[in-house]
Design a protein around this ligand. Sequence first.
Ligand SMILES: [Zn+2]
Length: 399
Amino acid sequence: MSAGAGPAHPLLDRVDESAVMAALADMVAIQSVNPFDEEASPGHREQEMADYLCDRMEALGMAVERRDIAAGRPNVCGRLAGSGAGPSFMLAGHMDTVGVEGYDDAFVPRVEDGKLYGRGACDMKAALAAYLEVVRVLHESGTELVGDLMIGAVADEEHTMIGSKDWVPNWPRADAGLIGEPTELAICPAHKGQTCMLIRTFGKAVHSSMPELGENAIVRMARVIAAFDDYGDELKTREAHPLCGHGRFSPGVIQGGTISSAVPDFCELEVDRRMVPGETEDQIIAEYRARLDRLAETDPGFRYEIAGPTIGVGPLDIAPDDGLVQALARACEQVTGAPPPITAFPGGTDAPNMGFPCVICGPGALAQAHTVNEFVETRQLADAARIYLLAALALTGTA
Ligand SMILES: [Zn+2]
């Protein structure tokens, strides 16, 4: 408790670290690896996580909605109804995790040195466990909320975000929300977007004993790559977003040719562009075209295609002085005793898809997410539950 932050809220004492840890251990043991491009199957889908969350939320007095977005891949939403006289607030997050190749005992939760280990421990079952603890405290203390408190859990964040992309048309809207992706409890009201596109070049296939008769699509792609050489530097000359800085560009995957004894007639390059708030996909395609069109001036046979996006995640941009950010910052300070850092989240999240203002703030560090040694510090996990509790009270107009 920091000096000047006022007396601690009486409900804070009810947050039980062992209860949050038990819920997290339960969820780490539930395999919910994203199936990516494979068919969903037991262990590689969100269904069992949804079963667990729905059971827990119903037992805590929430009205629960659940629907499959794809087979075995549900979204769920629990609602703890308030009196209706205040704003609604949603604690949201994803139920899937990345894969576990090379990860021994990924689904055997283990507590050691004040850390809970296992796949999903920080990304982001920790936050889901903290959300349940908030509702447990409110339910068991008989607290009457003014506005509704919701828990929204989505499928497929780690791949194409089918869960959150379904949110706006089919799921409840809140006045404000929070997504507990791992930030070590920093508040992240902004992040870059990501758009991945395919650039294709074409040629004329001939036997490679007579390459002069053909046109080589791979050689053309080499010119394309060279044409984008200074693009990243050019992005850095543009005006920086106060939290997100500058856009980024990176060629990621290349494929072309089938056999070395033939001149390839096709090459495809997948490029990753991180866009700052304000940039749009159309604008980025126009920038690509401007660079590619110049190549035709020296190579009359040059032809290209831009396809995609193969990945499209919007940027997030909520002002640091927004009431949601400020309420959350006050909650963080009350719990940790220090004002939280307010910064950009390094990656993309479901937040821009939800259709209402959502900021990112969660336990655990992105440095451990997606590794074969994922963990969350149990003290940070309990602090997250306390912060979310205070935020839920404030942002439903309850206290
Ligand atoms: Zn995540």
